[in-house]
Ligand binder design. Structure first.
Ligand code: AMP
Ligand code: MG
Length: 520
C-alpha cells in the first residue's frame, strides 16, 4: 500500500503565499511549499527496520521502487504536499536572522498506532531558505546522521529518528575543512522522522520580527498538538509550556553528559522544542574523558559547545526562548523562575546521574566530593570514558587495591601513570569502596544497574569514519554492522567485542574522527 500522508502541520498553520522556489525572506508564514529535486540515480543503502515497524511500514514495502523514489524525493506521493519550515536562530551566540529548512523538505505525517510522525528528507534540494547553500548533503554526513539517530534512540536518549539512507547518484561539491580544497563527493538523502521538527528558532523568528500574531498561532498549535496535557493555550499554559521545554531540555543534556555525547552545534535552530537530539552535524563521542573537548573545528577557538559547557549552553538557549515567548506572557518573573529552577535542578540531577553511573542507590552527602574527585582524576591522563564506567562495574568493593587493575584498560597510555597518580587512584577507590559499603545492593545487582546506565557500545567517531570510508568505495556492509551493533548498546555482544575498545592511534588526529567541520 502506498504511504498515506496526512498534512496536519500545513493545514493548521499559515503558508507562504509565494510558491516560487527562490531564496528570500519569508514573512508571516510558518512554511513554504516546495518540491524535492529529482536525482539521477537513487539507490537505497539502508533502512531502519525498527523505525519501519513503528511507522507500520512493512519490510517488503521498503524494497519497492515506490519507496525508493519517495524517500529520495524522486516522487511526491499523491497524499503528500512537501514543504520547508521557516525558522531563525542564534548561532554561536549571535542572532542570525532567518535560517529555515535550507536543505530539508518535509513530506507530511504518517499516523500509526495512535502516534503521528513527521517525515523529512535531508539533502533533497534547495528551498526558499537555502541562502547560499545548494540544499544537498553528502554521503559522509548522511551516514553519520543516519547511524547516530538510531543509536541514540537505542540508548534511550530522546532524538529524531532516521528511516532510510540513500545515495542520490549526483555529485556534491564540498570543502571539508574550509581550506580551499573543495572536491566532489557523493550526494545522499536521509529520511528523518520525528513527532515534530519544531525548534526554538521557529518561535524566535516571529518574536524577532515582532510578528506576535504568528508567534501566538505557533505556540497555540504546539501546545494543542504536543503539550495538550497543559490544557487550553493561555498565559498560564504558556508559562507551563516553557517549563516543560526547560525540563525536557535539561533531561536531554543530562543524557548527553551521561554517555559522553557532544552535539557540536548547539545553536538555537538546532534545539528541538520537544527536547530531542536534532541535526547531527559535527557531533562526537568522548573517548578520553575531557570536559573541554569539542569535535567541531569550526568552534576550535572558543569551544563554546565543548562537552562540559553543554548544560550551560542549553540554559543560554532557554533564555533566548524565554525572550521569544515573553510578548505572549508579558511578565518576566515566571519565566525567570523556570530558568532559575533549571540551575537548581541541574545540580541535583547531574549528581543523581553520576550516582547512577557509579551504581549508588542511596543519597549521601559525600557523593558530591566522590564525583568531583573522580572527574578531576579522569582528566589527569587520557582515560576512555566508555571503557572506564563499563569496567568499573566489575569492582566488587571488597578491596580498593583491585580497583586500579580493573579499570586499567581505560587508560590510553599506561606509561603516563606516575606513582603519585596511581596513589591518587588507590585513594579514590578507597573512598568509593567505603561509599559502597553503606549500600545494601549486592555486587551482582549493582553491576546490572551500572550496565543499564553505562553503555558498552557507542558510535565512536572512528567507527563512523570506517563505515564512511568503506561506503565511499562502494562497500556498505559496515553501515549495517554498526546499525546492528548499536541496537543493543547496553548488552554484552561477545561476537562484536572488537568494537569495545579504545580509539585506535591512527584516528587520534584524523579528519572525520577527531576533527569535524560544519561542512556536510
Ligand atoms: P546546520 O548548522 O547544519 O544546522 O544548518 C544551519 C542552517 O544552514 C540551516 O538553516 C540549514 O538548513 C542551512 N544549511 C546547511 N547546509 C545547507 C546546504 N547545503 N544548503 C542549504 N542550506 C543549508
Ligand atoms: Mg540545523
Amino acid at each position: 500500500m502506498p504511504i498515506q500522508f496526512k498534512n496536519h502541520f500545513t493545514s493548521k498553520l499559515p503558508a507562504d503565499s509565494i510558491l516560487e522556489n527562490t531564496r528570500r525572506q519569508v514573512e508571516n508564514a510558518m512554511f513554504s511549499y516546495v518540491n524535492p529535486m529529482k536525482t539521477s540515480n537513487p539507490k537505497l543503502l539502508h533502512v531502519s527496520d525498527k523505525l519501519c515497524a513503528e511507522l507500520g511500514i512493512k519490510h517488503s514495502e521498503t524494497k519497492s521502487n515506490e519507496f525508493l523514489k519517495i524517500v529520495t524525493g524522486n516522487k511526491v506521493a499523491e497524499t503528500s504536499k512537501p514543504y520547508a519550515m521557516n525558522y531563525g536562530g542564534h548561532q554561536f551566540g549571535h542572532w542570525a536572522g532567518q535560517l529555515g529548512d535550507g536543505r530539508a523538505i518535509n513530506l507530511g505525517e504518517i499516523e500509526y498506532n495512535q502516534r503521528r510522525w513527521s517525515l523529512q528528507l535531508k539533502g533533497a534540494g534547495p528551498t526558499p531558505y537555502s541562502r547560499q547553500g545548494d540544499g544537498l548533503a553528502v554521503l559522509r554526513s548522511s551516514i553519520r546522521e543516519y547511524l547516530c539517530s538510531e543509536a541514540m534512540h537505542h540508548l534511550n536518549i530522546p532524538t529524531t529518528r532516521a528511516l532510510s539512507l540513500a545515495l542520490t547518484g549526483d555529485k556534491v561539491l564540498r570543502d571539508i575543512m574550509y581550506n580551499g580544497n573543495a572536491a566532489y563527493e557523493q550526494g545522499a538523502v536521509v529520511c528523518r522522522v520525528s513527532p515534530s521538527f519544531l525548534r526554538f528558532g521557529n518561535y524566535e523568528i516571529f518574536s524577532a520580527r515582532n510578528d506576535i500574531t504568528s508567534l501566538q498561532t505557533l505556540v497555540n498549535y504546539t501546545i494543542t498538538e504536543h503539550f495538550s496535557y497543559l490544557g487550553k493555550p493561555n498565559k498560564k499554559s504558556y508559562v507551563e509550556f516553557f517549563r516543560e521545554v526547560a525540563n525536557k531540555t535539561l533531561h536531554l543534556v543530562l543524557e548527553w553528559q551521561r554517555v559522553g555525547f557532544v552535539h557540536g552545534v548547539m545553536n538555537t535552530d538546532n534545539m528541538s522544542i520537544l527536547g530531542l537530539t536534532i541535526d547531527y552535524g559535527p557531533y562526537g563521542w568522548l573517548e578520553g574523558f575531557d570536559l573541554g573537548w569539542t569535535p567541531n573545528t569550526t568552534d576550535k577557538q572558543n569551544k563554546r559547545y565543548r562537552y562540559g559547557n553543554q548544560p550551560s549552553i542549553a540554559l543560554w538557549n532557554l533564555y533566548q526562548l524565554a525572550n521569544a515567548l515573553y510578548p505572549l506572557i508579558e511578565e518576566a518573573t515566571p519565566l525567570e523562575e523556570v530558568l532559575e529552577s533549571y540551575k537548581q535542578d541541574y545540580l541535583a540531577d547531574s549528581l543523581q546521574m553520576m550516582r547512577n553511573k557509579l551504581g549508588l542507590i542511596s543519597n549521601k552527602q559525600e557523593d558530591e566530593k566522590l564525583v568531583q574527585n573522580l572527574e578531576s582524576l579522569l582528566q589527569k591522563v587520557e582515560t576512555d570514558m566508555t571503557l572506564f564506567f563499563r569496567e568499573l562495574s566489575n569492582f566488587s568493593g571488597k578491596n580498593s587495591k583491585d580497583g586500579f587493575n580493573i579499570i586499567q584498560k581505560a587508560f590510553y597510555n599506561l606509561d603516563e601513570l606516575t606513582k603519585e597518580l596511581k596513589e591518587e587512584w588507590h585513594a579514590w577507590f578507597d573512598q568509593y569502596k567505603n561509599r559502597l559499603s553503606v549500600e545494601s545492593t549486592s555486587f551482582e545487582k549493582r553491576k546490572k544497574l551500572m550496565h543499564q546506565t553505562n553503555p558498552k557500545y557507542v558510535l565512536r567517531n572512528y567507527m563512523a569514519q570506517l563505515a564512511i570510508e568503506k561506503a565511499e568505495n562502494g562497500d556498505y556492509s559496515l553501515i549495517d554492522e554498526l546499525y546492528q551493533l548499536l541496537k543493543n548498546p547496553y548488552e554484552e555482544q561477545p561476537d562484536r567485542e572488537k568494537w569495545y575498545s579504545k580509539r585506535p592511534e591512527w584516528a587520534r588526529h584524523k579528519i572525520g574522527c577527531s576533527m569535524l567541520s560544519c561542512s556536510s
